[in-house]
Design a protein. Structure first.
Length: 440
């Protein structure tokens, strides 16, 4: 491994290990899409596509290796956007949605709590803005209510909407009467791509990036805001900000890099400090036009951005991004009790390493980073020796268990691509094992 000279050393105490591996199923691996995993009490639920590309929901009791599986009448299309997501409401009813990229809502719900065998097709929540759906996601608010967010419309002409499930009434309602994001003018074709993390108080920290067109090179302007209920929002300074968010709202702006400035709508992340403060990592071009990794934090009343890497290549943006090289990749490995951030990185030139960054000033430090990482170092070890396969992971929505253990889904897929790259005849393979890992 080529480690940066200004990196510290990750000091791993009692590193995590895979203590159990349970096969879930055999899955079709010709096109990479996301699966989902959730643990509720002593039960686990998985949503995925099987070897015949059929949407499937499986459940098991903790301690058992036997899965109860329900095949749903929905077959995966060739499109890496078409992930499948699941949610479980306060009363235990299972909700599943997926296989949509600007397609009508595909939605299933169980008629009995925690029983995958009772899943039925509904394909409607509130009956509005459900003809053209992408990016479904189930999650919970502070009260425990199940929420569902999605994009209605297409890239550049779509809105992020949020529904809430009323468990006792067994029906959905529109939770927000307006979209989260909106362009400046009627003909403003920008879309916003967002991530969020929850803090210890249950508040949501949102970061998003704007994009003009389906071309990833038109990504620009990273922004941040925080909310407890999705209706009341504040910026990093604690000032109230109003919905919908717009590209010209300077109160939420983190980095104003313009379009074609080297940003990518899937190459940015957010983490929280020990005090719950946001740290944002992303890539963009430096003054010399080279791709670099940056960190941003809010300090002295404003966002400060600092170049962390010293890479010597320029990431080339091709078409919509489906078949681009890896450019520069990074992930937050963690933050120590004395606020040293560990960041793993690698580039398309075969270089890799770990940056150790002092949270107080975003400067490199040679101090050892004393953290316990979430996953074993070999978590991304291939399941097979087949070429052109990529390891995929899905974290447990429920986070760590009471004993500190974690569950992760693991499988392999080819890269695939978007629906415009679909072959005339979709092949029957390759296939991959889908396994559940317990990490202690």
């Amino acid at each position: 491994m080529n480690k940066s000279k200004d990196s510290g050393e990750l000091k791993e105490k009692n590193g995590p290990e895979i203590v159990e591996e349970i096969e879930v199923d055999s899955i079709w691996a010709g096109n990479g899409v996301g699966f989902d995993l959730k643990t509720v009490g002593d039960k686990q639920f998985v949503a995925y596509y099987d070897r015949k590309r059929m949407m499937t929901v499986a459940s098991r009791d903790i301690g058992s290796k036997e899965w109860t599986k329900k095949t749903l009448p929905n077959q995966l299309m060739w499109d890496s956007h078409n992930s499948v997501k699941l949610g479980i409401d306060e009363l235990g009813y299972i909700h599943v949605s997926g296989n949509m990229h600007v397609h009508p809502l595909a939605y299933f719900k169980s008629s009995k709590p925690f029983d995958v065998n009772t899943m039925v097709m509904v394909n409607e929540m509130i009956g509005q803005d459900e003809k053209s759906v992408t990016y479904p996601k189930f999650f919970h608010d502070k009260s425990g209510s199940l929420l569902f967010s999605y994009r209605a419309g297409s890239c550049g002409n779509g809105n992020i909407l949020i529904n809430r499930f009323l468990a006792k009434e067994k029906k959905w309602e529109r939770y927000l009467e307006q979209p989260l994001f909106e362009g400046i003018e009627a003909n403003d074709d920008r879309a916003a791509y967002h991530h969020w993390v929850k803090d210890a108080n249950g508040d949501f920290h949102f970061v998003w990036i704007w994009r003009w067109t389906p071309m990833v090179e038109t990504s620009h302007h990273i922004c941040y805001a925080k909310t407890s209920d999705f209706k009341n929002w504040k910026n990093a300074a604690g000032e109230t900000v109003n919905l919908p968010f717009r590209p010209d709202d300077k109160k939420v702006l983190v980095d104003d890099t313009p379009t074609k400035g080297g940003m990518h709508n899937s190459r940015y992340k957010i983490m929280l400090s020990k005090d719950g403060e946001p740290i944002i990592g992303y890539v963009k071009y430096d003054e010399a036009g080279l791709t670099q990794f940056y960190l941003a934090k809010f300090m002295d009343g404003k966002w400060m951005s600092k170049k962390i890497s010293n890479w010597d290549f320029r990431w080339k943006f091709i078409d919509g991004g489906a078949f681009m090289s890896i450019g520069g990749q990074f992930s937050f490995a963690g933050i120590s009790n004395d606020n040293i951030i560990a960041i793993d990185w690698k580039t398309e030139k075969g270089e890799s390493g770990q940056y150790s960054i002092d949270y107080s000033n975003l400067e490199h430090t040679n101090k050892a980073v004393d953290i316990k990482t979430k996953y074993p170092k070999d978590i991304n070890k291939p399941l097979t020796n087949r070429p052109n396969m990529n390891v995929r992971l899905a974290n447990d929505q429920s986070g760590p268990q009471k004993d500190g253990s974690r569950y992760v889904l693991k499988w392999e897929t080819e890269h695939g691509g978007f629906k415009k790259h679909a072959p005339k005849v979709i092949p029957e393979g390759p296939l991959s094992a889908l396994v559940l890992l317990k990490i202690q």
